[in-house]
Ligand binder design. Structure first.
Ligand code: 2RA
Length: 327
């Protein structure tokens, strides 16, 4: 039986990775790794071990659920042990020799890995899963995205900030620079000299790599919102050909990893509470942008659970493909 280590097993994404492995009945033995302070904790009957240089001996695959700096520290140990790593950090996503994979879109890229396969950023995964079928149908020149990202994207500290502030606790902010309760913060990550944040660049850079579209134009505004879980995204698609809403609905009904939620007259549309704790991306509010005289612009609204499909589920789906190829 293949052995899988989850590095960063005690965080929200690491715990979700274990849950996804269990849900999918993957035929693997799981080893939980985390920092020394988590050593001995028990998660779903498994005892957490301290992550050390020897932790990866005898391990076949690693699911990485750590921040960049921690990942860069243990990655050489995993590679030395001959492991194949599916990494959720952003450390290696844009490396030329590291495939960046959303299985519904570019699973074939997995075959070109050199020991590391990168999991894209959560908001990138949710946008591309929701729009891939539309890109295939109408062609895509430019994508303009405004994200509304849940506090749990910032981990347990983000959740704590919202919970504390809603309860009126007078405690220091842990994750965000300003109060998030009853507020919006139009900043996720540091800004560069153009006034663009790190999170916003991810949508363009990662989208181009996953779709193999080096010329794709993407403009993104990332906003933190007082929602516990699930990211929402308002997306404008400037297409190559004239768009048709009925056809868009048809192709989305067939799209992998997508649920069409589009009956606005009956108040049916994607909402983060509905996508939370399930793996599909919901797509709705599909309409032509009537300001485009050529009729080639489509507007959609997507929601997806950023801990599941935006991180853990996507990584476990990549692991499933690796296991299939190893059979
Ligand atoms: C966030 N996408 O939402 C980033 C990292 N998960 O904070």
């Amino acid at each position: 039986m293949k052995k899988v280590a989850i590095a960063g097993a005690t965080g929200a994404v690491g715990r979700q990775m274990l849950e996804c492995i269990r849900e999918r009945n993957l035929p693997v033995e799981v080893k939980l790794l985390a920092s020394a302070r988590s050593k001995g904790k028990v998660i779903d009957g498994l005892v957490v071990e301290e992550l050390t240089p020897d932790s990866f001996q005898g391990v076949d695959y690693v699911l990485g659920a750590c921040e960049n700096d921690v990942t860069k520290r243990w990655m050489p140990w995993a590679q030395e042990a001959g492991c194949v790593v599916v990494d959720n950090s952003s450390a290696f996503r844009l490396d030329d020799n590291v495939p960046l994979v959303v299985p519904e879109i570019n699973a074939d890229d997995i075959d070109h890995h050199n020991g590391i396969i990168a999991n894209p950023n959560c908001s990138t995964i949710i946008a591309l899963v929701g729009c891939d079928a539309l890109k295939k149908e109408f062609g895509l020149k430019r994508m303009i995205v405004t994200t509304m990202q849940a506090v749990s994207g910032a981990g347990v500290k983000g959740i704590a900030d919202l919970e504390n502030q809603v309860k009126g606790e007078d405690v220091p902010f842990q994750a965000f620079p300003y109060q998030i309760a009853y507020n919006l913060i139009p900043q996720i990550g540091d800004f560069d000299e153009f006034g663009i944040s790190k999170e916003e660049w991810k949508m363009q850079n990662e989208g181009r790599k996953i779709w193999h579209e080096p010329e794709l134009l993407v403009n993104c505004t990332c906003v933190r919102v007082p929602v516990m879980r699930s990211h929402s995204e308002s997306i404008t698609l400037e297409c190559e050909t004239e768009v048709d809403v009925a056809r868009a609905r048809e192709v989305l009904k067939q799209a992998a990893g997508v649920q069409l939620k589009d009956d606005p007259q009956n108040r049916v549309y994607p909402m983060p509470l509905d996508t939370t704790d399930q793996d599909d991306v919901f797509v709705g509010r599909i309409r032509k942008d009537l300001t485009d005289p050529e009729g080639k612009t489509l507007q959609v609204f997507v929601c997806g659970d950023q801990i599941r499909k935006g991180a853990a589920t996507n990584a476990v789906q990549i692991l499933e493909k690796l296991l299939e190829k190893a059979e």
